[in-house]
Ligand binder design. Structure first.
Ligand code: SAM
Length: 316
């Protein structure tokens, strides 16, 4: 059942999108003094070596964080996104690095003070790096090996009761932390979607979480792949948020075509993950302008073919 290991994918274009959004969201939520609880329902191993065996096997970081870091020329900018926009990669024009990307890269740099990205922080380490002493972090990871690695990685931080690692089903039991005593929480839902039921479970979990704690911020990552459930998920999340009367934001990043290709020897090849999205309920109001500036630059820098594009939409 558990064939997915995030170490193979760490630092890929999906992580770039997810972690850029995560950091921008946290930065805003941490402006208020009151304690914040972050719940990571699918935590992974926490920390990855991009020069290690796992990451080296598929080399996905090469098309993500490593490509972003290697880029020498200034990124292109586009006009600010409209309320709902889908744009192709923009023509080159000099512009400073968008704040959200610069901030993401500065966090990666904190883990790699000598430069590069030999160490790639997963969501648990990114969050812990930004939290203050009085904030809390609840991490769920079910894969026995990743849970053990996460435990060992977190133990090194000596963060005591600030961080709880739970070898439990994030979908099954994470709502027990909602609402937290301070009534301020960010919940990241980042399953691997290796089983089809993950799509429906995200939705059920979000509905239950919203019922328990309507003012929490909820962030869902999902893959954009040719599968009906993947296309339905953002639509259904949008309906959920709208029915609950809550604002939402939906951002996607496409780096290449999703079409199957044929090799010169006639073999059919899958393209690998072409695109992914982040859907937030109760997003910070600061997030949309930050992403409107960042997404065109991510398209420009991470594009693998002419199909690279982004979309940014919000409502409520
Ligand atoms: N959030 C991590 C990050 O950004 O660095 C990556 C998480 S990875 C995409 C998904 C993780 O969820 C995998 O490590 C997998 O073992 C774990 N997982 C799968 N089903 C789970 C479940 N029901 N509850 C908790 N963790 C689960």
């Amino acid at each position: 059942m558990f064939s997915y290991r995030h170490a193979f994918h760490a630092g890929n274009h999906a992580d770039v999108l997810k972690h850029t959004v995560l950091i921008a969201t946290l930065d805003h939520l941490l402006e208020k003094e009151a304690a914040l609880t972050v719940v990571d329902t699918h935590a992974g191993a926490g920390l990855y070596r991009l020069d290690g065996d796992y990451a080296g096997t598929s080399g996905e970081a090469a098309e993500g964080i490593l490509r972003l870091l290697a880029e020498k020329k200034p990124p292109a900018s586009t006009a600010p996104a409209a309320k709902s926009a889908t744009k192709k990669a923009a023509p080159e024009a000099e512009a400073p690095l968008a704040d959200a990307i610069a901030r993401y890269l500065s966090v990666i740099h904190d883990f790699n003070p000598k430069g590069g990205a030999r160490i790639y922080p997963g969501s648990p380490f990114i969050v812990q790096h930004l939290l203050r002493d009085h904030d809390k972090l609840k991490l769920f990871e079910l894969h026995p090996t990743d849970a053990r690695t996460l435990d060992a990685n977190i133990a090194q931080l000596e963060a005591g009761r600030q961080i709880a690692v739970l070898r439990e089903d994030g979908f099954g039991s994470a709502t027990k932390f909602l609402p937290p005593p301070s009534r301020r929480a960010l919940v990241l839902m980042d399953p691997s979607y290796e089983i089809k039921s993950d799509y429906g479970r995200v939705l059920d979990f979000a509905a239950e979480a919203l019922k328990r704690f309507a003012t929490g911020t909820y962030a869902v990552w999902y893959p954009i792949i040719p599968r009906p459930e993947a296309h339905d998920l953002p639509r259904r999340l949008k309906t959920l948020a709208t029915k609950a009367g809550k604002p939402w934001l939906h951002a996607t990043l496409t780096v290449k075509s999703s079409k199957l290709t044929t090799t010169p020897t006639g073999e059919t090849q899958r393209p690998g993950l072409p695109a992914s999205g982040m859907f937030l309920i109760n997003p910070p109001y600061t997030l949309k302008p930050l992403l409107a500036a960042a997404l065109p630059q991510l398209v420009e820098r991470l594009a693998q073919d002419r199909n690279a594009a982004f979309s940014l939409d919000s409502g409520g």
